[in-house]
Design a protein around this ligand. Structure first.
Ligand SMILES: CC(=O)SCCNC(=O)CCNC(=O)[C@H](O)C(C)(C)COP(=O)(O)OP(=O)(O)OC[C@H]1O[C@@H](n2cnc3c(N)ncnc32)[C@H](O)[C@@H]1OP(=O)(O)O
Ligand SMILES: CC(C)C(=O)C(=O)O
Ligand SMILES: [Mg+2]
Length: 510
């Protein structure tokens, strides 16, 4: 069996999804989960793009040991130097350097001739290879490039020291047969191609990212790049869980396998969906709510007789479990902690006790606590400790023909208590106007989204907001039994992130 390496760019290309904004703690949680999932290479960010990205790549590079960690750099020495500072402590420092090769990018974006691009690419790979043991080189917009030039530049960067060559379909333009032919052309026209591993990086503009990635494997690619849940720039990237499952289920055909720990897929997908605020469509392959649901009579009959009649993937294979233990108000600490461990959360006693209290509060209001409820509680708690503002009290008056009014009490980290009241045209607006007064900041609400976790009359409410202040955009999430409480929590969560970003800026200036 051929081993296919999976290169996860959820934290770089995935974070390029409009509206996604992860903080350091969230990126670290995701990176640790990607490591557990068995990802071979984690692209943790683009260190030269911002101080925040630099910091998170550095932190991930020194924390993650079982996956290789990489960062992106343009073909300029400054980007490579910054990436080195961020990555030098990783177990296997690896750089991902790129430059565009298509006529349209050369003429309109880079404003360079093919000769200049070739020269820059070679110089930068040589420069990077002096620092990094592994240099991956990418030909941005490869699929709209002229093949003779692509072959020429690939041959030159291999001579210059690239160990991995990536052929990205940057704009999601290719189709399976076309993409396969590009790889085939390179294999036939690049004399030193056997010295590198070939990588595929596909975008989903035509809905073909996974199909194109599989075509690349058939044509000799040994590394596939993508993201979990397929998030990413525009229509997103290839969903790695789908590539891994296609290889697993159809190993008879591909004779290849990834090293993914398949039962970790569901948890990884849930974590990334929660932290990015990007919900998963119910019909999404492998991780969607309906992926294993059988609705029609003939299918149900078949599945009852033998699940293989209509199920090509068993839910357990990808970590979707039917849990026989139902947690509720009568559950004790043992069942609670056992379930958390099964969900992959290993917590200190103190953390587990705090969460147990929260669980009991929730169980008083909600009959059965589902895995999704627990997941939301724990993830929310994990990324929300040590914050500047905490919600201490919330009261909302609402009535037809009355003006909605909110009264809120916040506690600051230094112990100060802030209390304010304000009105609004609706209850949520009254809450947000009150919070704006408490915080004495000019904050603009850009987005507000509400969803129930699992549905049903006693479902938890999850709110996602995006706010902007002084040119800084951040997102926030809140989970609570009550919609108004989760709305307030989401806003406060966003404010705490704003506070952290501004604090970081001040520290950098000093
Ligand atoms: C296909 C991809 O996904 S590529 C990765 C995309 N990701 C990002 O862009 C991350 C976020 N980006 C940023 O924060 C910023 O764009 C930065 C910090 C990287 C650069 O910011 P700025 O210096 O202000 O430049 P700006 O973004 O406006 O323009 C990009 C510049 O890089 C140049 N450039 C683009 N790609 C490359 C490359 N691979 N190698 C060298 N130069 C490049 C462009 O030609 C342009 O140069 P110019 O200023 O001489 O015209
Ligand atoms: C930086 C490169 C690899 C990229 O993301 C793309 O071309 O889509
Ligand atoms: Mg990309």
């Amino acid at each position: 069996m051929q081993k296919i390496n999976l290169f996860d760019t959820t934290l770089r290309d995935g974070e390029q999804s409009p509206g996604v904004n992860l903080n350091l703690q969230e990126k670290l949680e995701i990176a640790k989960q990607l490591e557990r999932l068995g990802i071979d290479v984690i692209e943790a960010g683009f260190p030269a793009s911002s101080k925040g990205d630099f910091q998170s790549v550095k932190e991930i590079a020194s924390t993650v040991k079982d996956s290789s960690v990489t960062g992106l750099a343009r073909s300029v020495t400054q980007d490579i130097d910054i990436a080195w500072e961020a990555l030098k402590d990783s177990a296997e420092p690896r750089l991902h350097v790129f430059i565009a090769t298509s006529p349209i990018h050369l003429e309109h974006k880079l404003k360079k001739t093919p000769e200049q691009v070739l020269e820059t690419a070679v110089e930068m790979v040589k420069y990077a290879a002096k620092k990094f043991p592994i240099v991956q080189w990418s030909a941005e917009d490869a699929c709209r490039s002229e093949l003779p030039f692509l072959a020429q530049i690939v041959e030159a960067v291999i001579d210059a020291g690239a160990k991995v060559v990536n052929i990205p379909d940057t704009v999601g333009y290719t189709t399976p047969a076309h993409y396969g032919s590009v790889f085939q052309y390179l294999k036939e026209n690049v004399s030193n191609i056997d010295k590198v591993s070939l990588s595929a990086h596909c975008h989903d503009d035509l809905g073909l990212a996974v199909a194109n990635s599989l075509a690349a494997i058939e044509a000799g690619a040994t590394q596939i790049e993508g993201t979990i849940n397929g998030i990413g720039e525009r229509a997103g990237n290839a969903a790695l869980e789908e590539v891994a499952l296609a290889l697993n289920i159809r190993k008879d055909f591909y004779q290849a396998e990834s090293g993914l720990v398949l039962p970790e897929i569901k948890r990884t997908s849930d974590l990334i969906s929660k932290l990015t605020g990007m919900t998963i469509a119910p019909n999404k392959a492998i991780v969607g709510k309906n992926a294993f649901a059988h609705e029609s009579g003939i299918h149900q009959d078949g599945v009852l007789k033998n699940p293989l009649t209509y199920e090509i993937i068993s839910p357990e294979l990808v970590g979707v479990k039917q849990n026989p233990i139902v947690l509720g108000k009568h559950s004790g600490r043992h069942a609670f902690r056992t379930r958390l461990v099964e969900l992959g959360f290993v917590l200190e006693d103190e953390q587990a006790n705090v969460l147990f209290e929260k669980f009991k509060d929730l169980a008083d209001k909600k009959k059965d606590i589902t895995d999704d409820d627990l997941f939301a509680l724990v993830v929310h708690k994990q990324v929300n400790h040590d914050v500047e503002y905490k919600l201490e009290g919330l009261q909302v008056q609402y009535g037809i023909n009355n003006i909605p009014t909110a009264t809120i009490t916040l506690q600051r980290k230094n112990g100060d208590v802030v209390q304010e009241a304000a009105t609004g045209s609706g209850s949520v607006e009254a809450i947000y106007n009150t919070l704006a007064r408490c915080l004495e900041q000019d904050v603009k609400l850009l987005d507000y989204r509400l969803q129930s976790i699992n549905g049903g009359p006693d479902a938890l409410a999850e709110v996602f907001v995006k706010v902007e202040s002084d040119g800084v955009e951040v997102s926030g999430r809140g989970v609570a039994f009550d919609v108004l409480e989760s709305s307030a929590k989401a806003y406060i969560n966003a404010i705490n992130r704003l506070f952290a970003v501004k604090q970081h800026r001040v520290e950098q200036e000093v």
